[in-house]
Write a protein that binds this ligand. Sequence first.
Ligand code: PGA
Length: 276
Amino acid sequence: MNWPTELIGQKMRRNLVVGNWKMHGNMQSNQLLLNRLIKGLSGFKNADYVVCVPSPYLFQARLLLENTNIAWGGQNVNQHEQGAFTGAVAANMLTDLGCTYVILGHSERRNLFYENNLTAAARFDAAIKAGLTPIMCVGETVAERDAGLTEVIVAGQMDAVLASLGDKEFAKAMELNMVFAYEPVWAIGSGKTASPEQAQSVHQFIRHRIARRNAEAASKVRIIYGGSVKAANAEELFTMPDVDGGLIGGASLNADEFEAICQVANSLQASTCLAE
Ligand code: PGA
């Protein structure tokens, strides 16, 4: 489906690359990886870079990444501010550790830990209240795609979040530069990347969904793609008009791969978009 380009706006958005380490790493391997990235990414001024590390290592990330051009964030947050919620992490705990971003609604959280659209929306609200930039993940399973339901599923996931935000919360989310991530479940960790055209089509749909609420916001919101992104396919994906970078799982654990992906985001930005 093609939306009028004036609704979509020019690609003036700064690219964003987020590493999602999932449940990987230890003190020693993290230190090696982060030190490599600090050095490798230091000259990349045209895009934004984030690593979302397991909670026990956020303090280590803070120690190493403070005063670099790499931000750090959490992989989830609980919707409650505090209390008897064994095993949960509150949004203020993330900000206390210097986090500026948090991944929400990842399909692994939805599928393995029974999270759903409602809890994702509640977590989104908790994140913005604490001043964290939410990276809200949406995406369909292969069965849903095969049944032609991609847009229905993604619309449901988007609308659950958008409908839960009052005007004040929506403005706050914009102030915090909220991010959406399109992650087709069938592409995550599978080595099967969505084609640039498949990604573009859903990204455009997501942007239009936001435009129904606020057209100006829609042209500013960054929508990143996740699902088997690697150095070899980053460029074809990131050049699509509505793809503003990537959410990188497996390849974010490899310093060379992650650096190469960040380099693509950085150099595309320099050539096609206004750098900040
Ligand atoms: P992948 O994971 O890059 O390993 O496919 C992406 C994600 O789950 O965020």
